[in-house]
Design a protein around this ligand. Structure first.
Ligand SMILES: [Zn+2]
Length: 217
């Protein structure tokens, strides 16, 4: 009975917390509370689509919304972040995370796409923006093609209020996939825009693929 009571309390609290996450910012800017959301996962998991869904919804609520992306990512249109299903939203390409601070001050909500390519300072920048009342939504790859934590994403996951790990479908077996296996043997950490060079795999299929890769080297 005691356990039931505690878990009931927990879920009540959890439910309230979750519900807050989906309320758009309201009230005047001075009293506004900021926070950080992270949307992460492998390639083909729909991170950018999820980022855009959240930003577009805020846009409908007349909030000022802007997406930042690293200049290294030439895959996207100059002025728009385009997810693979061609949903577009206004965006700004910046060379370093500090540049985000300069452009974000008038925003209610900001998105950061392909955040794994930003410098380590991104965590500090997002924290400062959230402290100043801005809702910050960060999307990016949580692991590189070797399955190692990628760039500033792990740190952002630690300081964020909300973390959503989204999954692709494993091309090996159809389970949920969280790894981005690189099929090409080129040495760049990530071949930008070369999504055909990668395949989403589950843990088991990824381990097998790494073994097979090692044999062929
Ligand atoms: Zn699999």
């Amino acid at each position: 009975m005691v356990i039931e009571y505690i878990s009931c309390q927990f879920y009540q609290h959890y439910y309230e917390f979750e519900k807050d996450m989906f309320l758009e910012q309201k009230g005047n800017k001075k009293n506004r509370k900021g926070w950080i959301e992270v949307v992460c996962g492998s390639m083909f998991s729909g991170k950018t689509e999820e980022l855009i869904r959240r930003l577009r919804r805020a846009q409908y609520a007349n909030q000022k919304v802007l997406i930042f992306k690293p200049t290294v990512d030439s895959r996207y249109d100059k002025e728009n972040v385009v997810s693979h299903n061609k949903n577009a939203i206004e965006s700004k390409a910046v060379g370093s995370s500090k540049d985000i601070l300069i452009h974000a001050s008038n925003c209610d909500v900001i998105g950061v796409d392909e955040a794994q390519f930003f410098d380590a300072n991104l965590t500090k920048v997002c924290t400062e923006l959230a402290n100043n009342g801005i809702r910050v939504i960060v999307a990016g790859l949580d692991m590189d093609f070797l399955g190692k934590p990628f760039g500033p994403i792990p740190h952002l996951m630690a300081v964020a209020e909300f973390v959503s790990k989204v999954h692709a479908i494993c091309l090996g077996c159809g389970d949920l996939a969280q790894f981005s296996h690189r099929k090409s043997k080129e040495d760049n950490l990530v071949l930008l825009g070369e999504t055909q060079e990668y395949e989403p795999l589950c843990r088991k299929c990824f381990q097998q693929a790494l073994k097979d890769d090692a044999k062929h080297h």
